[in-house]
Design a protein around this ligand. Sequence first.
Ligand code: XMP
Ligand code: MG
Length: 175
Amino acid sequence: MITIKDKTFVPFIAAESIQARIQELADQINQEYAGKQPLIVVVLNGAFLFAADLAKHLTIPCEITFIRVASYNATESSGTVKQILGLTEAIEGRDLIVVEDIVDTGLTIAQVCDQLQEKHPASLSIATLLFKPAALKKQLDLHYVGFEIENRFVLGYGLDYDGLGRNTPDILVLE
Ligand code: XMP
Ligand code: MG
């Protein structure tokens, strides 16, 4: 159990289960990208631990790069627009694997993928550690999903509450 500010978080997914699932995802990626040299695009900050553990099990040659997503209010009614920061690699013709911590409404990853698609990659797939199907607002093709979870706020293993709590080997859930 962890208390951060006014909120209490209780155990949800144990470190051993996370690591076992990541090994399975890596095995799948190794098979499906055999003969290719994908560019792994890690969405910071949340995906840093997932990406690091996943990468250790990848046996295919791959490049790894890191992006941040900045939000700003759009002038249109669509709400928030996410802008990609930090991407310096050429994307055209590459096989991209976008690595996220969690897909909740799906709006963030959808906008990131739309912007990457504009740069004409050869292919693009998404690897997310967590997925909340009940919160999804956007039709998305999620290729690699660690765990489908219920629509509750989670923390740890990269995910934060108000900037805190990213540094746990387990995932916890708001009590
Ligand atoms: P969307 O809704 O765009 O959200 O798919 C994606 C981003 O929102 C954050 N997020 C969470 N962070 N616990 C967290 O610590 C959660 O349960 C949670 N749900 C969404 C996260 O930054 C993610 O990339
Ligand atoms: Mg995130």
